[in-house]
Each structure stands twice: as C-alpha cells, then as structure tokens.
Design a protein around this ligand. Sequence first.
Ligand SMILES: Cc1ncc(COP(=O)(O)O)c(C=O)c1O
Length: 408
Amino acid sequence: MVPLRVLTGPAGAVIVPHMVDTSTSTRLQGIGTTIFAEMSALAARTGSINLGQGFPDQDGPAEIRQVAMNAIRDGRNQYAPSFGVPELKAAVAEHQKRFYDLDFDPDAEVVVTTGATEALAATILALVEPGDEVVVLEPYFDSYPAAIGLAGGVRRAVTLRPPHFRVDPDELRAAVTARTRLLLINSPHNPTGAVLTDAELRAISEIAVEHDLLVVTDEVYEHLTFDGVTHRPLATYPGMRDRTVTISSGGKTFSLTGWKVGWACARPELVRAIYLAKQFMTFTSGAPLQPAIAHGLRLPDAFFADLAAGLQAKRDRLCEGLRAAGLEVFEPEGTYFVTTDIRSVGGDDGLEFCLRLPERCGVVAVPNQVFYDHVEAGRHLVRWAFCKTDEVIDEAVARLRIGLAGNA
Ligand SMILES: Cc1ncc(COP(=O)(O)O)c(C=O)c1O
C-alpha cells in the first residue's frame, strides 16, 4: 500500500495528490485534496499572493450578475429542470452554432451540469466500465484521474513536453489498446496553455475514428486564446460529431468561477447517459444562475474578443515579470496560466519550490508535477495564474524578483 504523502514546508503541511488513505474505499485510493484547494489554503495561511488557483480577482459582467439577481427576486429559486432550464440549453446550442457551426438539438443533445467538473465526472461514470482505459494528455486537470478512478477505469497518459507542449500522434496512437474506451482531451490546455493545432486535432480524430473511440473534450477555456490563435472543437472534425462529448462551462468565460454552471453537448444517447449519472449526483443546479449564463452566452462578439484581449495583456505582463525574475517562461496560447521551468532559478523540484515560495517571496504557485503520471516529466515545472489585476501581478512579480534574486 502506498503511504500517505504529506510534505511539510516552512509554511506548513501540504498533502499531495496521488496519496492513499487506508480508511477510504479502493475507488478513492490515490485521490487527495486537490492541489488547488491546498495551495489556496497555503496562500491564506501565509498571507501570500495567490497565483496558484485559477480564479479571476474581478467578477464578470454586471449585466450577467443582474440577470441572476432578477431571477432570485422573481422567484426562480426552486429546482430547475434537471436537464437544465430551456433558455440555457437553447443558448448553449446557439453558442455552438454561432462560434463553431455545430448543430445541437437543445432538447436532446445538451445537458446542464454543476460546472464542467460535474459534466466530466458524469460523462466518465456514464461511459467507462471498470477496467476500461481512458487516454489522457498529461499534465492533466486533476479531476480527470479522480473521475476515472471513481469509475474503476485505468488511465493512460500521453505526455506533452516543453517548450510547446504538442501532442505526438505516434505516442497517442501507441497509448490506445484494445481496452481503450475514451480519449479525454483538453484544449485550450490547463496547465500548459497550449491550444491544439489543426494538425493535432486532425490526428486525434483520425485515431478516434480508426479505433472507434468516444472522445470527451474539455473546452472550458474556449474563449481564452491569444495572438490570433483560435479554438476549434474536435466535434467539428470529420467523423467526430457523434463520437464526441463536448464539455464547457461559464466559469472562465464570464469570470464567474464560483457559479459552477456547466454543460455537455453530444448525440442524444450519450447526453441521456450523462444525465442519468448526473441526476443522482446533483439532480439539478443553480436555478437562478442558469438564465444569467444564458444571457452571457448571447453577448455580442465584442465581449468575447475583449475578454481574450484583456487576458492576453495580463499574460504578457506576468510572462515579462517572470522572465525578469529569472524563470524560463513557456508562453501560453490560451487559458489563465503560464508554465515556467524553475531550474534557471536553482532547484529542480517544483513541489519543494512551491512549498518554500510563500516564505521566500510571499507568493503561491502550483507545481505541475502533481498533474503527471510520469512525474519526472513535470518535476521542474511550475504554473502561475495571470487572471489577476495588474496591481496584483506587479506586486507578485516585484516580490519574486527580490525573493529569487541571487538564484538565477
Ligand atoms: C481544464 C479544466 N477543466 C475543468 C475545470 C472546472 O470547470 P468548472 O469550474 O466549470 O467545474 C477547470 C477549472 O479550473 C479546468 O481548468
């Protein structure tokens, strides 16, 4: 049995994911407190600037929040229909048509969930049998191994490597076996910020078609891409529409991560299966928040363009500051995050680096290694969030420049 892994830094203990607690069921073995909660707690405990967890420190559009307040005032406070309120399902279908020319029937091919997290969990629970293999890209979002584990599935990780974190189609093909049930793809990709290229998407879809696989795509950062790079859903590729579950949520797009309104789009049989799993986890979610997210999805194109442009400026600001502090920066094409190589400032273990960072610099970041099965591939990598005010970014960078000085 693998021992519980608790690492103690100057600022206190951090329990690392991939640990085992013998009091839990075997399905929970290997699942620890998410690194994001651990690092946010560390930031709060030490009074550090939190560039760990990916939440903006400014709320999303007032008009979206106003729709939610109106809905509360107007009595939309009881259970919503468990597939989702009609205007949100319609708005999701309209959004897929407007941005990607994808047609989904809002009544049969869209289900609303409690954030993308529930959509991912419900999809995996609905589609994966014990022993089935799920191919993931590593580093991966940490709810993936948890959901795969809860379903009794086995994950096979395909490594994305710096500096560009591209998918190697040969490695992906080699990870597929006779037991493979799902490919689980995330683009724009957390934590690396890579956005899958047309060639990568084509290669993934060819492998999926060739092996008759279902594909789950996590697209929560779909509107957060930079430098003219655009996101294309895998479902738009030949042969993919009916074998793909497309997942997203309003959290990142509308800077409302606490609302946890998400959705999945897929062919009717898959949506029905996801719904069956979802209905006994939460049944329904956020009744007054759903019409507000529907309103957001219908905002004019300028809103989405301004959001990306604003974040791109923050990306540039943080990347420049991290470089000035001596870190090697892998500039992201999308998301809230930038990954750095810490070896240029001394040390090669990102977890130790992050545990000492509050004391050294009064800043919290996230060690990428906890998102890998092949830990060595990510040991030296650390993720920083730039979805923060300019003042917060500037203060964090100033602290890093002082705290890391002499180590570069
Ligand atoms: C890649 C990825 N997927 C899913 C989620 C969770 O989305 P939600 O907050 O809508 O559950 C996140 C949140 O950080 C994420 O980074």
